[in-house]
Design a protein around this ligand. Structure first.
Ligand SMILES: [Zn+2]
Length: 397
């Protein structure tokens, strides 16, 4: 962690993108302003908040808000205003300050003041009582709504008394141009556009956003304008590897991002992640992430196949056989947790069976995934065994 490079407070990444990492969450949560020089409207991607390492201090919040204010004030087309705040997922380090940002925008003087919309893809709701990968996220949208509860119609565009968040859809587009607010965009006029790509995995509501320059009115749907960048939030990070709640969802999201960038681009498309520095060759990085997971899966499959007879092994035994002495014992819990996500994916595919085994006595497994202080992942004490794809498919018929 100590080796992570520190990012400057505000960086101009391109003609259309300004980054403002909060200084207080490790390297900070990157929040981005998307703008077009000729449009007075600005889009804000994510806000800031506490991290698991540090709370959001009032002074850090003020620094963040004042750099947003200066960015708005120095925009070439005035009076400039943030019209839309797009939240990439529910995690607090991206969303906690949203109410403060809305309040700050409301306090801006004169005609800069305008109603702002707050957008978010809904979290998966899941079945009541089910223990799916998204179980812990079921109430997150409601929590976010509570954060915005005190803010009324004057401050921002609210859908209803209890509904402040606008619902993002996959494929939805936000565009900025000199003719902002008008549909009569001339064929020669440049437009900058953000397109929503739903990429569950890190969380159920994670999105990426593709930034394009060009005139979508002029370009045909079969040959969209070349992407300038992909905002990846926490799905792909600038440093280290991402974490995820569901590996199967995560891998299929990586595949769709690979397809997206392979089809639409010849030059490397940079990634603008939720944490860390810009990744210059986005496609190469996403392929690397995917390959890393596939290699790990091969190791898990081989280790399970190597188990003699009908015996089932626990995730922790599997960690010992895969990692042996290659990682310090302090990292073993995290490694076991990672392997469990692989085992769960293989189970979903019918290639691995989980054999229920009681945990150590006195341990309340009911807390798993619930609100308990110590959360024990599902399947931690269970046995796992290879059943092979063919056998499992037959079993289901
Ligand atoms: Zn996150």
């Amino acid at each position: 962690m100590a080796s992570l490079p520190e990012l400057p407070a505000v960086s101009t990444l391109s003609k259309y993108v300004t980054r403002n990492p909060g200084k207080f969450t490790l390297q900070g949560t990157n929040t981005y302003l998307i703008h077009h020089p000729a449009s007075p409207s600005l889009l804000l991607l994510d806000t800031t908040g506490p991290s698991s390492f540090s709370p959001l201090s009032p002074s850090a919040l003020q620094v963040y808000l004042s750099s947003l204010r200066s960015a708005i004030a120095s925009h070439p087309t005035q009076p400039a205003r943030i019209t839309d705040i797009i939240l990439t997922h529910w995690h607090r380090d991206h969303t906690a300050a949203v109410g403060d940002v809305v309040r700050m925008l409301d306090e801006l003087e004169g005609s800069e003041k305008a109603t702002v919309r707050v957008w978010k893809f809904p979290c998966a709701t899941g079945e009541e009582g089910s223990l799916d990968a998204w179980e812990s996220e079921r109430m997150k949208d409601a929590e976010l709504e509570r954060d915005l509860e005190g803010l009324g119609q004057d401050e921002f565009e609210r859908l209803g008394v209890n509904t402040a968040l606008q619902t993002l859809r996959a494929g939805q587009r936000f565009s900025l141009s000199g003719g902002s607010g008008s549909s009569a965009v001339s064929p020669t006029e440049n437009v900058v556009e953000l397109e929503v790509v739903h990429t569950p995995g890190h969380t159920s509501d994670s999105i990426c956003l593709l930034l394009r320059e060009g005139n979508s009115f002029a370009s045909s749907p079969s040959s969209p304008a070349a992407p300038l960048a992909l905002f990846t939030a926490d799905t792909v990070l600038g440093h280290g590897t991402a974490v995820f709640a569901s590996l199967s969802a995560y891998l299929s999201s990586l595949s769709s991002l690979i397809d997206l960038l392979s089809v639409t681009s010849s030059a490397p498309v940079p990634l603008y992640p939720g944490h860390g520095e810009v990744v210059k060759d986005g496609l190469a990085k996403i392929r690397e992430y995917k390959m890393h997971r596939e290699d790990r899966e091969k190791q898990v499959v081989e280790a399970l196949k190597a188990v003699e007879g009908e015996e089932a092994v626990t995730a922790s035994e599997l960690t010992d056989s895969i990692y042996a002495d290659t990682i310090p014992s302090s990292l073993k819990l995290a490694a076991t947790h990672g392997l469990l996500l692989h085992l769960e994916k293989l189970r979903e595919e019918g290639r691995v069976a989980r054999v229920d085994q009681p945990g150590p006595e006195g341990l309340d497994l009911g807390a798993a995934g619930g609100g308990g202080e110590v959360q024990i992942p599902q399947g931690w004490f269970d046995g796992w065994k290879w059943v092979g794809r063919d056998e499992a498919v037959e079993g289901r018929l």
